[in-house]
Write a protein that binds this ligand. Structure first.
Ligand code: CAO
Length: 541
């Protein structure tokens, strides 16, 4: 018998008056239970509203941009002739099908189910869940995103450590969780591909800010990266990520549950686009970076060469680490979008190195150690103070001058490059900076850097001095405008006007964004930096 049922907004937690940003149905559509009707987006989360009934849509009572709360009627559905429609379901219960903020309903936990818990999330605890991607009955793979946590500093997707069928969801939207909180129970399925624990690096990778990663989106960042009405499913963090990279989500192939676009889909899209020579979102990112690639838009490159390497000899294929995948996308963007020039200079560090060795000898017993990196950080702060254009970021047509001095340094780890930040380096002494870089480098190697450790940088130093090399051309770490590369110091004969003298010479390589810094200014910066390193007393002036 024909019956018209109202489909209402279910319990959406503490949210009310939330705008409809996507609408997936129209009059005449045949829908099933759980089909997505629309997406609501608050400033904290994006929620798909599933249908609580099956049938033919006879009326759509909302339009894009309407603001709705729990109980608002979205659709009228005619259940005539539809087998799985809950024919006797009263309108009131039609709204009881929860949307995204769902707590696991009936399914009883099964023996053998594995708990998937919040992994190590650095110093964060009591962090709210702003997005939940799984529900009871979903089949998930290892590394599928389970939920998004958002602290005041960063948005983190929590990947699953187990594969199988979700038998219980133990949390709901808005719940606050910490390391070790059980999120879901998973009944291992198929080949029982349960991974005992999420490796540290994988956990920290989504938060990681490898060399070119932009700052994590703040909680206040607007979530939508698309115009109203675009049919894409993605969490706020993924939308923010796409927006930062200038990616149009409508072009990205989704691999998440129910067609949801995951962060790695966006990264993969950028990689694919870079390899095929097409710059994704070709006008938006250029505009955001203060002008650059417009009009022409694409790079018109040849596609990435496809070679069957195995034809020429044995090969082994290994997946890139998560950090490498993330940093790769960022490096590619920075390489393409920043018209960068590298300037070289030699600094005479004979006296500074002698001083460093002397002080370290004096402090031999205390365990305190001065490093060349600490002196470089301190000297760079002085150079940034003298040349404030280096302590800026482009924001559209504006240049943002920072009045704080946070210096990042590249740290090599087994999983790839990460860039921890020494905050307020102008207020710290070289001993303090040396101790802090030592601690941050250890955390980096252990995969334990949190988003806060890697955000807020003004300028980056990439020191290969402990390894060797003469000069190199580092890639600017956007949205910074310059980066200093340092190689191994060597004794060189230097003419003092009368004779050649052996001087310990440190090779410096400064890459600067030419949109902000001209060659003359960059060279002045380098010369000044070399003067500071040659006579460190100048730092006091
Ligand atoms: N010239 C000569 N020797 C140097 C030097 C320099 N510029 N810088 C450091 N050294 C020496 C130190 O004296 C020390 O030797 P001893 O053990 O005999 O005292 C040794 O190298 C190690 O130095 P350190 O403990 O001070 O560490 P570091 O500053 O060299 O490095 C860190 C710290 C985190 C920068 C480093 O571990 C690292 O990860 N570097 C790689 C960065 C990188 O990969 N950059 C490339 C980015 S672009 O792809």
């Amino acid at each position: 018998m024909s019956q018209v049922i109202e489909v209402k907004v279910p319990d959406i937690g503490d949210f009310s008056d939330v705008p409809v940003i996507e609408l997936f149905v129209k009059v005449g559509d045949t829908i099933k239970v759980d089909d997505a009707i629309c997406t609501l987006e608050s400033d904290k989360a994006t929620m798909d509203v599933p249908s609580s009934t099956a049938g033919v849509v006879s009326e759509v009572l909302v339009k894009l941009g309407d603001r709705v709360s729990e109980g608002a009627v979205l659709l009228k559905v005619d259940t005539a002739g539809v087998a799985d429609a809950p024919a006797t379901t009263a309108p009131a219960t039609a709204s009881s099908a929860p949307a995204a903020p769902v707590v696991a309903p009936a399914a009883a936990p099964t023996a053998g189910a594995v708990d998937v818990k919040v992994p190590d999330i650095g110093d964060f605890s009591d962090v709210p869940i702003i997005d939940l991607f799984v529900k009871v009955g979903d089949t998930i793979k290892v590394d599928d995103a389970i939920c998004t946590l958002e602290s005041d500093k960063a948005t983190m997707d929590v990947p699953s450590s187990a594969a199988g069928v979700v038998s219980e969801v133990l949390v709901k939207l808005g719940d606050r969780v910490s390391e070790g909180t059980a999120l879901i129970k998973v009944q291992p399925g198929g080949a029982a591909a349960v991974v005992p624990a999420v490796p540290q690096a994988q956990v920290s990778a989504p938060q990681a800010s490898p060399i070119a990663t932009p700052p994590a989106p703040s909680a206040a960042a607007p979530a939508a990266g698309l115009p109203l009405g675009s049919k894409v499913h993605a969490s706020p963090s993924v939308r923010a990520y796409a927006r930062e990279l200038g990616v149009d989500l409508a072009q990205v192939k989704a691999t998440g549950p129910k067609g949801r676009i995951l962060r790695q889909d966006v990264t993969g899209f950028v990689k694919g686009a870079m390899q095929s020579g097409v710059v994704p979102g070709k006008t938006a990112p250029a505009a955001a970076a203060g002008g650059g690639i417009t009009g022409g838009g694409t790079l018109d490159l040849l596609p990435w060469p496809k070679v069957d390497f195995a034809k020429f000899g044995p090969v082994e294929v290994k997946p890139l680490s998560r950090i490498k995948k993330i940093s790769g996308a960022n490096l590619s963007r920075n390489w393409v979008m920043i018209p960068a020039v590298t300037y070289h200079e030699d600094a005479d560090i004979t006296d500074l190195e002698a001083f460093r060795v002397l002080i370290n000898k004096e402090n031999d017993k205390s365990g305190k150690k001065l490093t060349m990196l600490a002196f470089l950080i301190k000297a760079c702060v002085s150079a940034l103070q003298k040349f404030p254009e280096f302590n800026t970021s482009l924001d559209g047509d504006n240049l943002v001058y920072k009045q704080y001095y946070n210096i990042a340094f590249a740290a090599d780890t087994p999983n790839g490059l990460v860039v921890p930040v020494v905050k307020n380096a102008d207020k710290k002494g070289v001993f303090e900076i040396a101790a802090e870089t030592g601690e941050l480098a250890k955390k980096a190697r252990d995969g334990k850097l949190g988003p806060a450790d890697m955000s807020g940088a003004c300028f980056t130093i990439s020191s290969l001095g402990g390894i060797g090399g003469t000069y190199f051309a580092p890639i600017v770490n956007a949205p910074e405008v310059a980066i200093l590369g340092v190689n191994k110091s060597t004794m060189k004969p230097v003419w003092d006007g009368k004779q050649f003298m052996p001087r310990l010479t440190l090779p410096l390589s400064l890459t600067a964004d030419h949109r902000v810094i001209d060659g003359a200014l960059a060279t002045r910066f380098n010369v000044y930096l070399a003067q500071l390193l040659a006579d460190f007393r100048r730092v006091l002036l």
